[in-house]
Ligand binder design. Sequence first.
Ligand code: ADP
Length: 543
Amino acid sequence: MSENKHTLLIIDDIIDNLMLLGEAMSPEYKIKVATHGAQGLELAVQEPLPDLILLDIMMPGMDGYEVCRRLKADSRSKHIPVIFLSALDKESDELQGLDAGAVDFITKPFKLEIVRARISTQIELLRMRQQLQEARLRAEAASQSKSVFLANMSHEIRTPMSAIMGMTDLALEKAADPQQRSYLETVKFSADSLLSLINDILDFSKIEAGQMELDEHPFLLADAVEAAVRTVSVLSREKGLDIITEISPELPRAVEGDSLRFRQIILNLLSNAIKFSEQGPVRIVIRQEKSGPESVSVRVSVIDRGIGIRADKIGTVFSAFSQADSSVSRRFGGTGLGLAICRQLCELMDGRVWVESEEGKGSTFIFIVVFGRTAEEPMQKKKAAAAVLEDVRLQPVRVLLVEDNPANRFLLRVVLEKFQHQVTEAVDGVEALHILLEDDRFDLILSDVQMPRLDGYSLTRIIRFCEQDEDIDIDTSEQLETGLVERLRRRLRGRHRLIIAMTANAMSGDQEKCFAAGMDDYLTKPIDKEQLAATLKRWLPQS
Ligand code: ADP
């Protein structure tokens, strides 16, 4: 069918040539012709776009080389392959033609069969390129949806996990029987390992889906390193390995960057160093790589004297799901995701990570990341979680807890009641509004964001709308009975209520959405006692 024919554009000032070629090629191709360069350039960008251009060199006005260069400089025509057809037959002519961007060069006089064969080769290549391009786009789209699916799934798994972990903690506080305690401790240990696996999958898929965002703020370098060392201290003590930290004095004390992600990289490398070593020490050395007026590159080396990595495996350890040796993974466990995440995080921080290792002697993992300079000295390092908890002596307050998941609701109620707060429960936004209509004397509304009927964002928007005197733009969902918002407005007007969201943080943008909806703060699920206590302390009066 003629519609499926490819289009050839022939540019030649000699009409006889045009006629001859045009006629010979017309059974297989749609033909467009131009008798000079400027006309050729115009036709090259007009629909139907040519799939291939046959171009003479010696033409009055603009010669073929110039036409070719202009075709290649224009984004609309630069992908169209050009074949020169010319009486010029010196090697230097051909070279000049290929330099100008042509894919082939045929000297005149030519045999029509040769021209036909060469055109058909180029068209075939073009077709294959298009197929490859389409396949690549399909693969990228599939990989993107897979990553989004994984990120969503790991979030879904984290919600019941937080209930399991929270309930286990509560049960452990009550259990006196040693056997029951040991069962519960095993549950807790397994739940912790499962959560760390899920977090790895979540991080990995978030980065793959382009959803990972850095949370940058001033922090003390030494604090982040110390926090990572503290986290692995039990493990290193069990194995009898010392951890030695050296931080170069030329480094600034405080920098601006994502301290949690920086700590995560160090923690990953340190845990591996401990996991794969029988003798210590494990050294962590932090130096300044480069220093500029706005930024500083920090170089961190984690050095162990462990089993090392075979030379032929070194290239693969940073790939996802890759382990240097399957017998190693059987012995030591792990998913092979840790280093892949480290690599991605380093790249997000404008840096890189690599390893130098000798089998049987040990490994040195090195990474460089770039931080901003900051004049601001961050607040003194956070106290250990337990200390924060003990510190909090909040006045008891009234909390409206809006959460659709019954296990999480129960868990949060228990934790809030431990702090002597008085809790009223709502299973979704609609129920919360009805409760507020009856009684609005709550000091805090703690609301999940994803809920059936009316989600946390809409709930907040409606409350804020009702609190304000002037009109704001809201979409009062159809599920609300008529008149409800009007009645609520009469009750809520004039006082700002503290609303704290509980977000899944599975995808970037959750937190921005919370603030845009009018929430005052957010907690990230799974919500633990420490996080809850620290946030409440920020907002609620202390006794
Ligand atoms: P995991 O530790 O979960 O298997 P990682 O991505 O952290 O995954 O590591 C990938 C692999 O790299 C490990 O399975 C191990 O074979 C190798 N590896 C990482 N760190 C070390 C180390 N310090 N010493 C020896 N081998 C290591």
